[in-house]
Design a protein around this ligand. Structure first.
Ligand SMILES: [Zn+2]
Ligand SMILES: [Zn+2]
Length: 373
């Protein structure tokens, strides 16, 4: 495989560019290399896809951080670029919602060549627990989509009749309009791009050829998935028009915050309180992990804020081998109440300690003095 260009270079922005600058740069490139302005231009197509891929990463905080830190390798194959224009429009079409030119071009693409077009892509969201995200899970969700009408087999025409060629567009499915600098072909308003019109519509679907249906879809979520990941379930969107392929289902993954853990990359971070005695003398603790309980060794002399690493107890690396770690930040609790025995012992201890503290202070002072001499 050819080596990949730097995403910032692709979009022509600085590494420090703001989200707004990145969006602007992408929008400009997308307009320049838009397939409708560069028909049959392979280089433009390549640039258009490349820009979309760069934008997908740099517009996503978590992916951008991973990319900044580790480059292309940091993305662990969770985005392999886009295979078709439809994917790009499905993923980013909405950010151009307010942009009439892009909107027009986008709208046009869907009904080219006599109405055969990929079906509309659908979106859904799934909320996962940390455990589900770490182990991978099959989630069944219900989606609503329009499916071909059984009565007319999706034709929209009453059984026994046939759709006829549209008189408005002569069967081409589109009409030409001039808008500013562009001669824009738009979908025929009469047949809505189908190129055919229906004289006796099917009663069941009122001529649309489709009926709303609820469908249960099981989504296989891989172990290690991150918050904000968008999964594409190919072919589970709405059916295509005039023999076009079905759209896709885009599923946005949310991770429900965990009461004890915070995820950082594939590591899990948590805070564990221990006593002064445990910190000073060392100890062995049972701490929660994603798999239940785990043993944590506290070395003697552990300091407040020390981070102890439990190897391999984090999230599995997505599409890779191994797992992240669990990082335990130590919080040392100072007792609020002491028994008289404890107080007596602690006072004795403090007396021995006072010597040490004073001698240490002196040496520190000496060092400062040396610095000024
Ligand atoms: Zn029907
Ligand atoms: Zn027409």
């Amino acid at each position: 495989m050819a080596s990949k260009r730097d995403y910032y270079e692709v979009l022509g922005v600085e590494n420090s560019a703001s989200a707004e600058e990145i969006k602007k740069a992408y929008r400009k490139l997308a307009m320049n290399f838009h397939p409708d302005r560069n028909p049959d231009d392979e280089e433009a197509e390549r640039r258009f896809k490349e820009a979309a891929e760069a934008y997908e990463v740099l517009s996503h905080d978590e992916k951008r951080r991973a990319y900044d830190q580790y480059g292309h390798a940091g993305l662990k194959g969770q985005q392999g670029g886009f295979s078709s224009f439809e994917d790009i429009f499905s993923a980013f079409g909405d950010i151009f919602g307010g942009d009439s030119i892009f909107g027009e071009l986008f709208g046009n693409r869907r009904r080219r060549s006599g109405g055969a077009a990929k079906g509309t892509s659908l979106r859904c969201e799934i909320e996962l627990t940390y455990q589900d995200a770490a182990n991978g899970v099959d989630k069944t969700i219900e989606i609503g989509r329009r499916e071909p009408c059984d009565t007319c087999d999706g034709s929209g025409a009453k059984p026994g009749t046939q759709p006829v060629t549209c008189r408005t567009c002569g069967g081409r499915g589109e009409v030409q309009q001039t808008q500013g600098f562009f001669a824009i072909r738009t979908t025929c308003p009469h047949c809505r791009g189908a190129g055919k019109s229906i004289e006796s519509p099917c009663v069941e679907c009122r001529g649309s050829g489709r009926l709303p249906r609820k469908r249960e879809i099981t989504i296989h979520v891989p172990a290690g998935v991150e918050d904000g990941t968008q999964m594409r379930i190919s072919g589970e969107g709405e059916p295509g028009m005039q023999g076009g392929p079905p759209g896709d289902l885009y599923c946005l993954i949310h991770l429900r915050p965990h009461p004890f853990f915070v995820r950082r990359g594939d590591d899990l971070v948590c805070e564990v309180p221990i006593s002064f005695g445990q910190a000073a003398l060392g100890s062995e603790l049972e701490v929660p992990t994603l798999d239940g309980r785990g043993d944590l060794k506290i070395p003697h002399g552990t300091q407040p804020g020390d981070v102890l690493r439990m190897k391999g107890m984090g999230f599995p690396h997505l599409n890779g081998y191994g797992r992240g770690d669990q990082l335990v930040r130590i919080h040392i609790e100072v007792p609020k109440r002491l028994s008289s025995e404890q107080e007596e012992l602690l006072r004795k201890f403090a007396k021995t300690e006072e010597k040490r503290v004073s001698s240490r202070r002196k040496s520190l002072f000496d060092k400062v003095k040396e610095y000024f001499e």
